[in-house]
Design a protein around this ligand. Sequence first.
Ligand code: SAM
Ligand code: SF4
Ligand code: SF4
Length: 338
Amino acid sequence: MTNLQDQYQRPLRDLRISVTDRCNFRCRYCMPAEVFGPDYAFLPSAKILSFDEIERLVTIFVSLGVKKIRITGGEPLLRRDLPTLIERIHQIEGVEDIALTTNGTLLKKYAEPLAKAGLSRVSVSLDSLDNERFFEMNGQRGKVSTVLEGIEKAAEAGLQVKINMVVQKGQNDQDIVAMARFFKEKQHILRFIEYMDVGNSNGWRLDDVVSKREILDQVQQFSSLQAIAPNYKGEVATRYQYQDKQGEIGVISSVTDSFCSTCSRARLSAEGTLYTCLFATAGTDLRELLRTGQDDAMIRQHIAHVWGDRTDRYSDERNEQTRAKRQSVKIEMSHIGG
Ligand code: SAM
Ligand code: SF4
Ligand code: SF4
């Protein structure tokens, strides 16, 4: 066991691994079609970490305190033989939990082999139950029914299922109640995600964010909610139980109520770059170390230094700035008023 901590005493516990930069959707808030068009240069396969390389890095990360692995992308189910990778990670001593985030389009096909390989949990992204609005949001690529079939298959295969809905003002905020009702009925936990300013291409504006408060107000139109304790320290979603105790929802409120102080997540991109924050502007190239014959001890030391130096708290800082801006507006107004 290691007591590696960053500059704010946060341990390294979770590793999110992107296994591909490609996707069969073009969600406007993530990979808008105007930017990720037919000429977009995705990574050639030689630049993407192989399963051997991922397995080796996971073993090193586990020796530094990582217990949970989440596989993501791009769309991770586009990566060939993904169940084989899950099986290899599952066999690494110290890995306590493997989860997957997916848009669900290929889940019907892969749910069973993934569960057999040792996957425990799946988060399926679905932004609306209305085909037209879903189509509009995912770049005209996927149908609601395909995703719902994938969700059913995942549950049948014994995977724990959660649904992720990114809420964008004027796009799908009208679907909040319908989604809550539907997944309460289905007994799947629905997590609302505040639209975030990730990347550089989604044209994010604070005005397009539907806040946690607004989301909760809408859900409470059909059932009152009670806040419940997190399952573990650092859980990203705040949890709420329905009044009849039949089911719960979560809200991931990185914009209006950030949670950097407990952030124990590192991210590994498809080409093997380590990022210590979702909003990082630079990372550390681990692929270079792997491919130039460095031994595990050296790579481990390198990662430990990067984590030890970590000072990321992007969302907290963004919130502080927003608050400061609001306060300065207030002062001006009172001057005018006086
Ligand atoms: N393709 C998979 C999927 O959509 O689930 C996995 C990768 S996707 C980048 C991971 C999660 O990030 C999804 O739940 C997606 O909705 C969410 N996401 C992407 N862009 C976002 C944004 N700008 N704000 C909030 N969440 C976002
Ligand atoms: Fe693809 Fe997921 Fe991004 Fe949508 S959110 S474009 S499904 S990677
Ligand atoms: Fe963690 Fe960065 Fe998100 Fe804060 S902004 S919770 S440090 S990933």
